[in-house]
Design a protein around this ligand. Structure first.
Ligand code: TRP
Ligand code: SF4
Length: 331
């Protein structure tokens, strides 16, 4: 089970994460979730974006290879059981467990600097909602990035506490699945991130690729095309290493000898990226032909997810003594 907040179109930095998700589908039954409630923990005042961002993100998921026939692809808010489980977990989770999550105070500070207050009840509960997302499916394995490890730790603590208090082994202790993720630099050399504005979307156009690559910083010491270059400090070279394996050695050699200028080197990279991404664009165009396709997938996924979540909630309610006999027929 894993999820992403709907942030709109994904970028090259997300690609290896999605490829890892795609690989897992062959071996496991996977749940992939659009974390739209989580998005609202910080963007609570931007409700208009969520639907379009969901569509764009799920199109990218499908483009890259998530398969709705194998996996359950759904939207968090379509499965209200997550909210119920979050509430029930909140009854047994000490506030201090949430306050000590390492990103909690940092994030509040970061948002405060942008003039936004996120010291809400809901934001404090972010990791607990995430625990409910995972545990409502009794997931054993959660493919995530390292930044999510503290959240997963909390998830296991909550599972343990629940099982202990109610003396029933309802929940497993989900383990992180840390696949290798390629660290893709942005066009400014920092980590690729939409919030830095240094990203290259997966769904884009040849013109945009060319423009983004032109903006990229090369070896700053190289002034004339014939100066010897230093590929090791050049961002363009870092991209050649990732996307242009067959030619990297040659580029390294001719760059160091001053036999290739940065302009043609960039043109080559843009061409490589365009060739690399074209099949995704093709596929996305196909998927976009039917405007309902994404919504059909998500409706269907929501049904499957609810089915599993309801089963878990029956056990949870029973364990917590919430099964009040209600004989509607006798009223
Ligand atoms: N917090 C995760 C992130 O920011 C998103 C998320 C929400 C998630 N619920 C989840 C990830 C459940 C894995 C499992 O990336
Ligand atoms: Fe970078 Fe290519 Fe210029 Fe060398 S020639 S500095 S690798 S852009």
């Amino acid at each position: 089970m894993s999820g992403m907040r709907p942030t709109g179109r994904l970028h090259l930095g997300h690609l290896s994460v999605l490829q890892n998700w795609s690989k897992l589908q062959d071996r496991y039954h996977c749940f992939f979730m659009v974390a739209n409630w989580h998005a609202l923990t910080t963007a609570y005042d931007e409700p208009g974006q969520t639907v379009e961002n969901t569509r764009e993100m799920v199109l990218d998921w499908l483009t890259v290879g998530l398969d709705p026939k194998q996996s359950t692809i759904f939207v968090q808010s379509d499965v209200k059981e997550h909210a119920e489980l979050h509430l029930l977990f909140s009854l047994i989770t000490p506030v201090s467990w949430l306050e000590r999550c390492p990103t909690y105070k940092d994030q509040i500070q970061q948002f405060r600097e942008q003039g936004k207050d996120i010291t809400t009840y809901g934001f404090l509960g972010y990791p607990l909602l995430q625990a409910a997302d995972i545990l409502v499916y009794k997931a054993n394995m959660v493919p995530v990035g390292e930044d999510q490890l503290p959240h997963l730790e909390l998830c296991r603590e909550v599972a343990r506490r629940f099982n202990y208090i109610y003396q029933k082994k309802v929940f497993p202790e989900p383990q992180p699945y840390l696949a290798e993720v390629a660290l893709v630099p942005g066009i400014d050399g920092r980590k690729m991130s939409k919030s830095y504005g240094n990203h290259i979307p997966i769904a884009t156009t040849p013109e945009e690729i060319q423009a983004r690559v032109r903006q990229m910083i090369t070896d700053p010491e190289r002034i004339h095309a014939k100066d010897p270059g230093h590929p090791d400090v050049c961002n363009i070279y870092a991209f050649h290493r990732m996307f242009n394996q067959p030619e990297v050695e040659e580029i390294d050699r001719v760059c160091r000898r001053g036999e290739i200028g940065c302009v043609p080197c960039k043109k080559k990279l843009a061409q490589i990226l365009i060739e690399f991404l074209s099949p995704y664009w093709e596929r996305r165009r196909e998927l976009e032909k039917d405007p309902d396709y994404v919504w059909d997938i998500l409706n269907d996924g929501g049904k499957k997810a609810r089915h599993k979540a309801r089963q878990t909630m029956e056990e949870v309610r029973a364990a917590m003594g919430l099964e009040i006999p209600c004989k509607i027929g006798s009223l």
